[in-house]
Design a binder for this molecule. Structure first.
Ligand SMILES: *[C@@H]1O[C@H](CO)[C@@H](O)[C@H](O)[C@H]1NC(C)=O
Ligand SMILES: *[C@@H]1O[C@H](CO)[C@@H](O)[C@H](O)[C@H]1NC(C)=O
Ligand SMILES: *[C@@H]1O[C@H](CO)[C@@H](O)[C@H](O)[C@H]1NC(C)=O
Ligand SMILES: *[C@@H]1O[C@H](CO)[C@@H](O)[C@H](O)[C@H]1NC(C)=O
Length: 408
């Protein structure tokens, strides 16, 4: 009897191994086929004739994706069946680790597939690629990515580059660079998703016919608001908008004629940006975010304002809690601006950052240790509001764990 059992087990192991082999062969064939498809179709929206091989070996000309990652010919074309969330980030300077942590938080909780559009300085391309390729295989199955060079319109390249932080104003040009992408969620590098990306993505379907972008207010509390106290330019609404989490229907960006205070005629997105910068460059403080505020001041019907729990910053707790929706439902997306993930000013934000950073190593993120480290931050106002940081996060973790258990 025992002997049979052994033989049976051996058989099972062998067939499993051969299956694995077949799969790996199949996978590499598919990869090749995909590479071919990407090459055949060329890179959209540029009349480049370089082959994919060339692109792979050499840094492509500005604006071309540096590399297609296992992505078929359908990569840029929206299909009715596209259930992916398309996530873009712009990373310059020392932002590699932070950006990877943001991307990690996106894959940790999302159940629908993701596509990452990573705009980065040349020096960072290999590091991004290597890091993403080193993630666990199961995780890699949930996303594809494309890495791009930072590009600005040739005529005014210098002026755009030096506006605010290096590269930050790249986001203004995404509708023009990613011409074949219908919609995009742009986030700053210091964003952490505490719930699936597809939840914010779903807001796109709530846009009415004139809305083309969604953002959160810059402040909840006008008494500490920046724009209403200091701005020397028009801004949206009572306290302005924050562009760190920006959901865009880019098809509509490309189609719309925007009202503005430069000409009587409405202008298209690409026609408007440079005159706007020229007019306001001496008066703006926060770079492209200020430009977005000016634009939506003149086109308020085009903006969908989502509540602060989708873009929760130290401002929402630093002088006491002022984001009501987060108090009710928890924080959905954390935005650690002012460098709070990396210094000791807001240890509660840092604790969440570090918990996510460790998460593939400890396999799945566990709420216990995070809550313990948040307990040590209660000497700060944000620490005292830390149950808001974990409320939604704990649900997200539980939901992922449930799926893992089901699969076993
Ligand atoms: C990534 O691209 C491959 C090849 O086109 C595709 O089969 C796969 O479904 C994509 N994965 C995701 C998560 O979109
Ligand atoms: C974006 O807007 C276009 C034009 O109105 C529409 O066809 C498309 O379905 C919208 N995309 C999404 C994701 O809602
Ligand atoms: C810039 O700020 C100054 C001082 O507040 C103001 O007088 C001027 O009108 C502003 N420029 C524009 C284009 O709004
Ligand atoms: C869409 O919603 C915005 C904000 O509520 C509003 O200003 C605008 O008039 C609405 N557009 C349409 C076509 O209903």
């Amino acid at each position: 009897m025992r002997c049979y059992l052994h033989a049976f087990l051996l058989c099972m192991v062998l067939s499993f191994l051969s299956l694995l082999y077949v799969f790996s062969q199949l996978a590499s064939t598919l990869e090749d086929a995909d590479g071919w498809a990407a090459r055949e179709h060329g890179i959209p929206d540029r009349s480049s004739h370089e082959s994919g091989h060339l692109l792979r070996k050499m840094p492509g000309p500005a604006g071309l994706p540096d590399r297609e990652e296992g992505e078929g010919s359908d990569s840029f074309v929206k299909k009715p069946s596209d259930e992916r969330s398309h996530l873009a980030v712009v990373a310059c300077g020392p932002r590699l680790e932070e950006t990877l942590n943001m991307l990690k938080s996106a894959v940790l909780f999302s159940k629908k597939p993701l596509h990452f559009y990573i705009f980065a300085e040349e020096e960072l391309h290999n590091s991004f690629r290597d890091a993403l390729k080193s993630w666990p295989r199961v995780v890699q199955g949930h996303f594809n990515f494309t890495i791009y060079h930072i590009t600005f319109p040739k005529e005014n390249e210098r002026e755009w580059k030096k506006l605010f932080k290096p590269c930050a104003s790249q986001r203004l040009f995404l509708p023009l660079i990613l011409k074949d992408v219908d919609s995009l969620l742009y986030v700053d590098t210091d964003i952490l998703f505490l719930e699936p990306v597809e939840h914010i993505w779903a807001l796109l379907t709530q846009f009415n016919s004139s809305q083309l972008a969604a953002m959160a207010p810059e402040h909840e509390e006008p008494r500490i608001g920046w724009y209403n106290r200091f701005a020397r330019h028009p801004y949206y609404g009572k306290t302005g908008i924050n562009s760190g989490v920006m959901l865009m229907n880019m098809t509509r960006f490309r189609e719309k004629f925007f009202k503005n205070d430069m000409t009587a005629a409405a202008l298209q997105w690409e026609e408007m940006l440079m005159p706007l910068l020229q007019k306001y460059k001496l008066n703006i403080t926060w770079g492209d975010q200020d430009l977005l505020n000016i634009i939506f001041h003149h086109n308020p019907e085009s903006l969908y304002v989502f509540p602060c729990q989708w873009n929760y910053r130290p401002d929402h707790c630093i002088y006491g809690s002022n984001c009501k929706q987060a108090e009710q439902e928890g924080v959905f997306i954390l935005h650690g601006n002012r460098g709070v993930y990396h210094d000791d000013k807001q240890p509660a934000f840092r604790a969440v950052y570090e918990a996510i950073q460790k998460s593939f190593e400890d396999s799945i993120l566990k709420p216990g240790p995070l809550e313990a480290s948040l307990q040590t931050t209660t000497h700060t106002y944000c620490g005292r509001a830390s149950h808001l940081l974990t409320k939604r996060l704990k649900q997200s973790i539980a939901s992922v764990q449930q799926d893992v258990t089901k699969r076993r």
